[in-house]
Design a protein around this ligand. Structure first.
Ligand code: PHE
Length: 436
């Protein structure tokens, strides 16, 4: 059974894949536009608080559940607690996989479109206004958006249909370090531009007046989104994991790199925002207005632009694959479908679900808010309660022995799972609908 599901080639393969899942559009595109909308430094601090106190403990719990059961999200809950309603938490994960991927793929399509724009003329010598216009014409062109969404989904389906190690592992080894170096290079450039001081001040000087309950909700949602936590991606990925991997260590490694890349991207984007006199709260268009403007100024800008958007595409694909994998693993394990059938049929349905997001910005915003700010934290809440309260110490320690997590840290983790994460998520969700 375990063999036929495939396994990672080793702990490194798994950690790279989990990083590939975490690092994606969330780090570059979403992190910068949300940080811009909610005012910079103070928002980032709240975000970091959510990562440490809520997302990391839940991430470890998801990996534990996955590796213990070696099953998909639904199967994992029903194996551990058969005959209870816990399988519904798994269902929520599969549902979120559908919905989240449907609009994620639309954004992946935007990135593909920017590769084509970069190849065609490379943004050189264009005014900031002309570059802003490029995004506006894309948003206005529904057929073009649906076309690129289809291309992105097809690529995702193709990789997932080839199976876990064949489809997901390759690429991560080269593409992720390459994206990191590319961002470092862009950072050096961004820091020499006129807007550098203002951009850095925006990221480092907290203005607490900007932190509303809505901002806290966004920070929480972004923490779940960026780390791919709250919908069972890591249960599914953990299910392909060998016994010798140390879960807490892997989780910390994934979190540190994911957070590091998001902050790095912030230090690239915001100096550029002020240099090109754009608004930090430009919304989802933010990176598509700032980065092309920068490439237009740089030597070899056309080459760099193509390379950058290509790397971002790979990062997006390695995040989209686990989203589809959650859905596919369910149909393969529980319904006996072949991987090929499940990938193409479910991928096709997800494509169709994404079409309204490509056609209508309002709908896109609604789906983004619903999945990121509500469904992921809700899924995370269930995992926290399940792993904190329903699982026994023996069950937890069978996966996380004292050699992997020292006893004090283990108790700290259980405390975060039992109290801090559930209370924080509940309070933040209730507060944002005005119940407090
Ligand atoms: N973490 C991914 C990103 O930052 C998005 C994602 C969310 C992937 C949830 C899988 C599950 O782009």
């Amino acid at each position: 059974m375990v063999q036929s599901r495939g396994n990672w080639s080793g702990t490194l393969g798994f950690v790279l894949a989990a990083m590939g899942s975490a690092v994606g559009l969330g780090n570059v595109w979403r992190f910068s536009y949300i940080t811009g909308e909610y005012g910079g430094a103070a928002f980032i601090l709240v975000y970091l608080g959510c990562v440490v106190a809520v997302a990391i403990p839940i991430m470890i719990a998801e990996l534990l559940i996955g590796r213990r059961t070696q099953r998909n999200v639904v199967g994992a809950f029903s194996t551990l607690r058969p005959g209870t309603p816990w399988f519904l938490a798994g269902w929520l994960g599969v549902t979120v996989g559908f919905v989240l991927l449907s609009y994620y793929s639309v954004v992946g399509g935007w990135v593909l479109h920017y590769i084509s724009l970069a190849i065609l003329d490379g943004f050189a010598g264009q005014s900031t206004a002309a570059i802003g216009q490029l995004f506006q014409s894309l948003s206005a062109n529904q057929a073009l958006q649906v076309f690129w969404h289809a291309v992105f989904m097809t690529a995702t389906i193709w990789f997932v249909s080839r199976g876990v190690s064949g489809g997901i592992e390759w690429g991560n080894r080269i593409m992720m370090p390459a994206l990191f170096f590319m961002l470092c290079f862009l950072l050096v450039y961004a820091l020499t531009t006129d807007g550098a001081a203002e951009g850095i001040a925006f990221l480092l000087t907290p203005d607490w007046d900007k932190i509303s309950p809505k901002a806290v909700l966004e920070a929480l949602g972004q923490a779940f989104f960026s780390l791919s936590v709250g919908m069972g991606t890591l249960i599914t990925y953990g299910s392909y994991l060998q016994r010798d991997a140390r879960l807490p260590r892997s989780a910390l490694f994934v979190t540190a790199s994911d957070t590091g890349i998001a902050i790095l991207a912030g230090f690239v984007i915001f100096p550029l925002v002020f240099t090109f006199q754009l608004e930090p709260n430009a919304g989802p268009a933010l990176i598509f207005e700032t980065l092309p403007a920068a490439f237009g100024q740089l030597p070899f800008g056309q080459f760099l632009a193509v390379l950058f958007f290509l790397l971002l595409t790979f990062a997006a694909l390695s995040s989209a694959m686990p989203l589809l994998e959650v859905v596919v693993a369910y149909f393969v394990d529980e319904k006996g479908w072949t991987r090929m059938q499940a990938s193409w049929i479910m991928g096709g349905i997800i494509f169709a679900l994404g079409v309204p997001s490509a056609l209508n910005g309002g709908f896109f915003g609604f789906i983004d808010m619903l999945t990121t700010n509500w469904l992921l934290p809700l899924g995370g809440l269930f995992v926290a309660i399940f792993a904190g309260w329903s699982l026994t110490h023996q069950e937890r320690q069978a996966e996380i022995p004292a050699s992997d997590l020292r006893p004090v840290l283990y108790l700290g983790w259980v405390f975060l799972l039992r109290f801090v994460a559930p209370i924080a998520v509940t309070v933040i969700l209730l507060q944002s609908i005005g119940l407090f």
